[in-house]
Design a protein around this ligand. Structure first.
Ligand code: NAP
Length: 278
């Protein structure tokens, strides 16, 4: 029986997860296929019902359904419950369990690829969605001095700040209107873009003149973005979202299969899918 896994979200045409996961299945000799499951919000329940069948290993979940899938699951890992977002679903004998691998994937990329230790540091995070909350949850483990959550809506930023942070970390909601004149950008050590702004090559969430050049500028988008180009031009260190994508995908692969993920193979496949590899 061919096993199945896939990505649930909308829209999905840009995703490189199929290339990355398919390469991992083939390298490990697992007879499985990774598909794109583009669904409307009304169709989520039906899809998740299908996921309980024996041939389904599980799924990844992306924008905009990381929170919407939660009511359809039987079990929720503790960190996913605290973050309020699921990016990996595992089918175990017809029961569906939700996990969040974005959070450890983010932290590993920050530390291994960005060479950044968040302990005692000042952080600015743009966004208040599923990825931003996973970022705050991961950072809180390292006890930064402060985290500013930037959203267009102060209420959303406040909700994102309610993700459990360590008791030594201040988490403050901020709007874009106040960010530029707040002094936060001049003082921050790490600046994270956890919004989709930058998926179009001509857009950036921050004016080039406001780039915090003293900070590590980390864009979760896994293609080269205007933000990262502006940050490099300003002399800042930069990190894109590709290592995080591979690390979160590797964790999903292991949750579905119980096998160690071939990360080098997944990296190479992701680079190739982006037109950056051999
Ligand atoms: P999401 O839940 O839809 O949240 C997106 C956030 O971005 C929301 O808080 C929203 O803001 C903000 N936003 C959307 N459009 C905006 C705009 N025009 N201007 C300013 N803010 C805007 O999405 P997500 O799952 O958190 O994902 C966010 C990004 O992270 C995406 O680009 C995704 O591809 C990336 N990501 C990458 C990885 C990886 O492995 N590299 C993993 C997960 C996510 P407001 O609060 O202001 O409404």
């Amino acid at each position: 029986m061919k096993l199945l896994a896939g990505l649930i979200g909308f829209p999905l045409s840009h995703s490189i997860s199929p290339s990355m996961q398919q390469a991992a299945f083939e390298y490990c000799g697992i007879d499985a296929e990774y598909r794109l499951w583009e669904v409307s919000e009304a169709g989520i329940g039906d899809y998740l019902g299908r996921l309980r069948m024996p041939e389904y290993l599980g799924a990844n979940v992306t924008i905009p359904y990381k929170s919407a899938v939660i009511p359809f699951l039987d079990d929720l890992a503790d960190d996913s419950a605290k973050i309020g977002a699921v990016n990996t679903i595992v089918n175990s004998g017809g029961r569906l369990a939700g996990h969040n691998t974005d959070s450890p994937g983010f932290l590993r990329a920050l530390e291994e690829d960005g060479k950044f230790d968040a302990r005692g540091k000042r952080v600015v995070v743009l966004g208040a969605g599923g990825a931003a909350r996973a970022v705050v949850f991961a950072l809180a483990i390292r006890k930064p001095e402060s985290i500013a959550m930037v959203s267009r809506s102060v209420e959303k930023a406040k909700r994102a700040c309610s993700v459990p942070c360590s008791d030594v970390t201040r988490c403050t909601p901020v709007t874009y209107d106040t960010l530029v004149n707040s002094g936060l950008l001049d003082r921050c050590d790490l600046f994270v873009n956890a919004t989709p702004v930058g998926l179009r090559p001509d857009e950036s969430p921050l004016p080039a003149g406001s780039i915090p050049r003293q900070a590590l500028v980390y864009d979760l988008i896994y293609r080269p973005t205007k933000l990262l180009k502006d940050a490099e031009a300003a002399g800042a260190r930069t990190l894109d979202g590709l290592p995080m994508l591979v690390y979160q995908g590797a964790l999903s692969f292991s949750l579905w299969t119980g096998a160690k993920a071939p990360e080098d193979v997944m990296f190479a496949a992701a680079l190739k899918a982006l037109g950056r590899g051999a």
